[in-house]
Design a protein around this ligand. Structure first.
Ligand code: HEM
Length: 215
């Protein structure tokens, strides 16, 4: 099954992304709410491009199965940014250097290569529906948030998330890709993980050594 092969071939990169100092500090409650907001801002720039690509892919015979409008995150990100940065959020955020590289790669491969689009789509949305749900619970508990500030992790239009992920994996398994194309998609997914890890590394560098908020 391609979905299982893709996961197996990229899981070590997943561990790299998951274990970045920034996410580790976030999950341990060592960051300020503003430092959490910095990640939300970086997400915003990447999802703007990814969801522009999704709109382009809705008429593609292969890409359309993945470009599901109910996944769109930009409206939730705008709501979270308004909560975290105030009404003038748009003037107060900027992409970090890794996000600039990430967005350039998204523009390069997601608009006219359905496999490239799926590689980046899978890396973000299946992550948001998996580890993202852990992140949501921790962040909500640490900062005392209910909906405001964590709307990004809520998918009210998707129904049961486990069932959705099962259908998503079926779409990966039934897409008409040759073995060679599947190999290219695995390679692009590794790139997607790498770029996400670099964004988190830039966020970690901006935070510097962390103080334990609980101390
Ligand atoms: C605190 C950080 C994270 C934790 C605790 C975490 C945890 C997990 C867990 C437990 C799963 C398996 C869920 C399942 O089998 O249904 C998963 C899947 C996944 N995660 Fe993460 N994750 C984290 C960060 C990330 C990041 C930063 C990315 C990418 C940028 C990511 C991308 C993915 C993807 C694509 C999957 C789906 C793998 C598959 O089943 O094919 N995760 N994550």
């Amino acid at each position: 099954m391609f979905s299982a092969d893709l996961r197996a071939a990229t899981w070590s990169e997943h561990q790299n992304a998951e274990s970045t100092a920034y996410l580790d500090a976030l999950m341990r409650g060592q960051l300020t709410l503003g430092q959490y907001g910095d990640m939300v801002a970086q997400h915003y720039f990447a999802y703007l491009v990814l969801e522009e690509a999704a709109r382009a892919m809705r008429t593609d015979p292969v890409g359309a199965a993945f470009a599901i409008p109910e996944l769109d995150r930009v409206p939730a990100l705008e709501a979270d940014l308004t909560y975290l940065y105030g009404a003038t959020w748009a003037e107060r955020i900027a992409p970090n250097p890794a996000t600039v590289r990430y967005c350039a790669r998204l523009r390069e491969v997601c608009f006219d290569w359905p496999g490239g689009f799926v590689a980046h789509h899978y890396t973000r949305y299946l992550g948001d529906l998996s580890g993202g749900q852990f992140i949501r619970r921790s962040v909500a508990r640490i900062y005392g948030l209910t909906d405001n500030g964590v709307a990004f992790y809520d998918f009210p239009e998707l129904g049961d998330l486990q069932e959705f992920k099962t259908r998503y994996r079926e779409a990966l398994d039934t897409a008409p890709w040759s073995g060679e194309e599947r190999g290219r998609i695995v390679a692009e997914t590794l790139v997607a993980y790498q770029l996400n890890t670099e964004v988190l590394a830039d966020l970690g560098a901006a935070v510097g050594p962390v103080a334990d908020r609980a101390a």
